[in-house]
Design a protein around this ligand. Sequence first.
Ligand SMILES: [Fe+2]
Length: 156
Amino acid sequence: MKPEIGISDKHLHKNVHLLAILLADEMVLYIKTRKFHWNVSGESFMELHKLFEKQYSGLEITIDAIAERINQLGSKTIGTMKEFMDLTRLKENPDAYPNQKDMMKELLHDYDTVIIELRKDIDESSKNKDTGTTDFLTGILQNHKATAWILRRYLN
Ligand SMILES: [Fe+2]
């Protein structure tokens, strides 16, 4: 049943699209973080192994919340790797097994990319008259900024 929450169909559709792209980004970030959790080695192995686990566990909660928000706005949620890869703004690197520092650099770059895109999404959702989505995206932005800060601390 279509939600009657004071947002036009056109605006609902635009907000759902923006959330689907973000969902794809978060899925790529999630998979990448798991890959690094599995493959990290070297002096700080256990620390980074645990740090990456904490980060992908956080992403898991974010992913679920984005998908369910799409449902709340009256749409079906995409859920195949193909759809995620078609929509994401991030890049995967198959066959690459970076060292610890480069893993953190790559994750930081991806978080920064999502943060930049989120700022645009926040403006867009506000234009689409969906205060709830704007607020929701702002929460994700704050979380990602905190994670990016932690990664950045390792790098300088
Ligand atoms: Fe594990």
